[in-house]
Design a protein around this ligand. Structure first.
Ligand SMILES: [Fe+2]
Length: 288
């Protein structure tokens, strides 16, 4: 009969270990810079130079991919400047791809045009796309304009000509997505309305984190509900810069979201990143 003994080895044991999932930082509006393990860098909805003066394109660490959710100027403004610096690929919906290439004068072969509800097995990650709908706040408030009444928003706001058609398409074509890294970390992105349709997809995909539009009329209870509906461990905001207009304190807001999650017995957390600050998300082991 074999002797029983503890399965211990004579060499030192480690008390902690970490596996990197992503590094990220929030910049403004819907612009995040996300670095995947291995260094591939993604910039989402680049709107920097028209928004802030204490962070510039030169501060970005890279942009192997620029992902555009929709083509309003506060989401695509710096596409050309960033492409000039890093020569990455621009991922956008097929419907807007030609206009993006032409307006920003980016070679067609650098545009990675995608359709809704498709899966793309890209060299650096898997990319899944989902239908999106722009927030219809203006329709709710009765201030939305008919096509015959549309002014040139980009010209009026930024003095830049030629973006009018992209402005119009931005209200109709919205792409939401999930990015899965090579080590199976899943980042969900959702902006605009139709959240519950997206959440139904998420119940199968089970993303780890979700970056979700903080629509200004969205209560902390509703934001917590959306976090739970997608089944994520962390929910982080974007487009919450709108809160500056209404004078809301988003840190207090996210405390309320976390209180709501706790009340529901959820282990998920809402996290409001400090702009420009790098954060690391990792899976860790430690003795306890
Ligand atoms: Fe928009």
């Amino acid at each position: 009969m074999e002797k029983k003994h503890r399965a211990v080895f004579p060499t030192p044991y480690r008390s902690t270990e970490t596996s990197e999932c992503i590094r990220f930082r929030y910049i403004y509006c819907q612009c995040y810079e996300i670095v995947l393990p291995g260094g591939v860098t993604i910039v989402t909805d680049p709107f920097i130079s028209g928004a802030v003066d204490d962070f510039t394109i030169d501060d970005l660490s890279g942009a192997d991919y620029i992902i555009l959710s929709h083509t309003h100027f506060d989401h695509d403004m710096d596409t050309r400047k960033i492409w000039d610096k890093f020569h990455g690929r621009i991922i956008c919906l097929k419907e807007v791809a030609m206009d993006i290439a032409d307006f920003f004068d980016i070679p067609y072969s650098n545009i990675y045009a995608v359709s809704e509800n498709c899966t793309y097995y890209m060299p650096d990650f898997t990319f899944q796309t989902f239908h999106g709908l722009h927030d219809n706040r203006k329709a709710r408030e009765g201030t939305d304009k008919k096509p015959s009444e549309q002014g040139d928003t980009t010209l009026k706001r930024f003095g830049i000509e030629g973006h009018f058609h992209l402005d119009c398409m931005g209200a109709m074509f919205m792409m939401n997505w999930v990015l899965t890294t090579k080590n199976n970390f899943k980042i969900a992105f959702h902006a605009g309305q139709d959240f519950d349709e997206y959440a139904r997809h998420m119940m199968e995909i089970r993303p780890n984190i979700m970056i979700r539009h903080r629509i200004r009329t969205c209560s902390p209870a509703e934001y917590a509900r959306q976090c739970e509906a997608a089944g994520v461990q962390y929910i982080m905001p974007w487009h919450h810069s709108n809160a500056l207009i209404t004078g809301e304190d988003l840190n207090a807001y996210f405390e309320e979201v976390n209180a709501e999650l706790k009340k529901k017995g959820s282990l998920a957390k809402a996290f409001n990143p400090d702009p420009y600050q790098w954060y690391q998300l990792y899976l860790g082991i430690q003795t306890c």
